[in-house]
Design a protein around this ligand. Structure first.
Ligand SMILES: [Zn+2]
Length: 270
């Protein structure tokens, strides 16, 4: 399916497209992420917690939806441990975070938000989780899948990666290949639920220390911040958050002329 707006964007930026053999091994800034594809794509984002899509790839998502691509979220947990408020139960927090995630997604142009509701904080990349994600992939049948890097154990000198992020990334990648592709993997999905195998064409891994593509998302940075504001239970001081986000300048830019990027490991499976 091709939309006129996508065609015109593609024509205008065709020099930025590249084929699999041309994927840069050194990170390279693409000024127009929607120029990666000629046709409208179905993009499935599978991450661990509400607010992960906005923090990891919110500006890219806004850019993709504005270019006519369809983005669908599946959150593996509802983030039901993410509070220091001792009055809140996990069940109450789960409900709050469902609502916050839907509101944040709407800011980015994402209309479909789904939850698997695994318990927050206890995620392990076992066969059960892999089967559940395989079911989602076979039902949604995306062209492109976005998840996070299971290899990221720590970031810089003062941040540990959340174990749920690592577990989610591992389970999603293992579901893409080979479980979603091969009908005898979790044969009950094909035999009993009539879910045909599916080949995901591209995987975009966020939260990676080894990106091979950097997208210029300057025009969507404030949209990302507005989406993050919707996660009210997680953000005690919105202004401090905005300041922190605005300080994440791309290399070579300044507060006077800011430029922002989101980076990924893009893997084209064919
Ligand atoms: Zn998270």
């Amino acid at each position: 399916m091709t939309t006129p707006s996508l065609e015109s964007k593609t024509l205008a930026t065709s020099s930025l497209k590249f084929s699999q053999s041309e994927i840069p091994t050194v990170p390279e800034t693409q000024t127009s992420p929607d120029s990666c594809w000629e046709d409208a794509q179905k993009i499935l984002v599978i991450l661990a917690h509400p607010d992960d899509p906005e923090f990891f790839c919110g500006a890219t998502t806004a850019r993709w939806t504005s270019a006519g691509h369809t983005v669908v979220y599946w959150l593996i947990t509802c983030g039901d441990k993410g509070t220091s408020n001792r009055e809140l139960t996990s069940e109450q927090l789960c409900g709050i975070r469902h609502q916050e995630q839907r509101a944040a997604a709407a800011v980015l142009g994402v209309e479909q938000v789904n939850f698997m509701d695994f318990p927050d904080g206890y995620l392990v990349p076992d066969l059960n989780l892999r089967r559940e994600i395989t079911r989602v992939i076979r039902k949604e049948r995306p062209d492109v899948l976005v998840t996070c890097d299971p290899q990221t154990l720590f970031v810089g000198e003062n941040r540990l990666n959340h174990p749920d992020h690592r577990a989610a990334g591992q389970a999603v990648l293992d579901a893409v290949f080979p479980a979603a592709r091969d009908h005898l993997n979790f044969v009950e999905l094909w035999r009993d639920e009539k879910l045909e195998p599916h080949n995901v064409r591209e995987v975009w891994v966020s939260g990676t220390l080894n990106p091979n593509i950097r997208l210029d998302v300057t025009d969507y940075w404030e949209t990302k911040i507005r989406a993050l504001y919707e996660h009210k239970s997680q953000i005690p001081d919105p202004e401090a958050l905005a300041e922190r986000m605005r300080s994440r300048l791309a290399e070579g830019s300044s507060r006077a002329a800011p430029r922002y990027e989101e980076s990924f490991r893009r893997i084209i499976l064919g």
